[in-house]
Write a protein that binds this ligand. Structure first.
Ligand code: SF4
Length: 381
């Protein structure tokens, strides 16, 4: 298949649904976690769950980069603009995530009085250009995301050094996928309580183009959980589900690659080298919903310390509890469904998000609100 429509073809989807129905053995259940927010969005948007038999259940994972950002990290970004007077550059979605004191980056922007600015950028290079255009101002790029967005951040840090820029730095909040998967498999819900059954994973698409399929081999071997890396189109996801069912039926637990048109076992070596040159592992990093995870995020190496906002400015991370009614933590661990949160769709909506999972279109709550909430209703509204 060459064109995007072909990956959304109705007839092929029905054929795959029938194949899944035949493969799923009636005497057993199948519980698969789609780790990545892109898959969560695709499953909700194209109604993939509705095409699955009742004994095949999809569980949302913590692969939305905006959702896993803890409140304390957004507070740091806000403090940079409010207290340090920098031009803080952020992607669009983090601007709306609720932070401490009733603020978000957007609300803080409206309240700024002391010379700081908060601007939305589309890419890391935009932030670097702002620094070049505003030589008298400190410009900080609020860098978030999994392995997909890390190489562009490495590029701008290297460029800033090559250009000798003294007014550019990065608040690094890049996190790592394998660490999050390990944390889920080690979580009490999965390991001790068994309240979240996970039989296999749909592995991320974009992330895997960078890191390759090899890092998932550990999970397949150590935890006996099959992993199938899949693209973001509905037929990709359905094919991956069929492949996971086939593995379980035959008692196998290996890594398979449905997204072979973009992912190799080794990944993008050039991007990996660049990331390794600029970043190193953090000993510990706080994730929303998953807590402090060892070696689960990156920080800027000492050689590039001049471009590290955490060294340049007097800011430090302080943990902040979520809103008491918010179930984002449990949703991110797969322990609760969005619709199980008692403020879903009433107090918490995409227009007025209370938790982070309702902000990005890749967030489980936002995806279910946009595409699935009416399916829950007993009577059509
Ligand atoms: S509905 Fe809102 S508060 Fe509840 S879990 Fe989802 S994002 Fe968090």
């Amino acid at each position: 298949m060459k064109f995007i429509d072909e990956f959304r073809d109705r007839e092929l989807a029905h054929g795959l649904a029938a194949a899944i129905g035949r493969a799923a053995q009636p005497q057993r259940d199948y519980h698969f976690m789609e780790f990545c927010g892109g898959h969560t969005h695709a499953i909700a948007r194209y109604g993939v769950s509705d095409l699955l038999p009742a004994n095949v259940r999809m569980i949302h994972g913590p692969g939305c980069p905006v959702c896993v950002l803890p409140i304390g990290r957004i507070d740091m970004a806000i403090r940079l603009a409010m207290d340090e007077g920098v031009i803080l550059c952020s992607y669009g979605d983090p601007l709306r995530v609720p932070a401490s004191g009733g603020l978000s980056l957007l609300r803080a922007r409206a309240a700024l009085a002391g010379g700081g600015e908060i601007r939305m950028v589309y890419c890391a290079a935009d932030a670097l250009r702002l620094a070049q255009e505003n030589a008298q101002r400190q410009v900080v790029f609020f860098a978030i995301g999994f392995e997909t967005t890390t190489p562009p951040t490495a590029v701008v840090i290297r460029q800033a050094r090559a250009l000798g820029l003294r007014n550019f730095s990065v608040l690094c909040c890049h996190v790592l996928t394998p660490a999050a998967i390990a944390s889920i498999l080690e979580s009490p819900e999965v390991r001790q309580w068994g309240s979240v059954r996970l039989d296999g994973f749909i592995g991320p698409a974009h992330v895997s183009t960078i890191i390759g399929s090899r890092p998932y081999e550990f999970f397949a071997a150590e935890y006996r959980k099959p992993v199938v890396i899949a693209g973001f189109e509905p037929l990709d996801v359905m094919q991956a589900i069929l492949m996971l069912i086939a593995q379980l039926n035959s008692g196998r637990a290996v890594v398979e690659n449905e997204f072979a048109r973009a992912v190799t076992r080794e990944g993008n070596r050039k991007a990996q080298r660049m990331v390794a040159e600029v970043f190193e592992l953090r000993r510990s990093f706080a994730w929303r919903g998953l807590g402090e995870l060892p070696y689960s995020a990156l920080r800027i190496r000492r050689e590039f310390a001049d471009y590290d906002a955490e060294r340049r400015f007097p800011i430090s991370y302080q943990a902040v509890p979520d809103h008491p009614a918010c179930e984002c933590g449990a949703v991110l661990r797969g322990a609760r469904r969005p619709q199980d949160c008692r403020i879903f769709g009433s107090v918490c909506t995409p227009e007025n998000p209370v938790g982070s999972c309702m902000v990005s279109s890749e967030g489980a709550c936002a995806a279910h609100y946009s595409f699935g909430r009416f399916a829950d209703a007993k009577v059509a509204p």
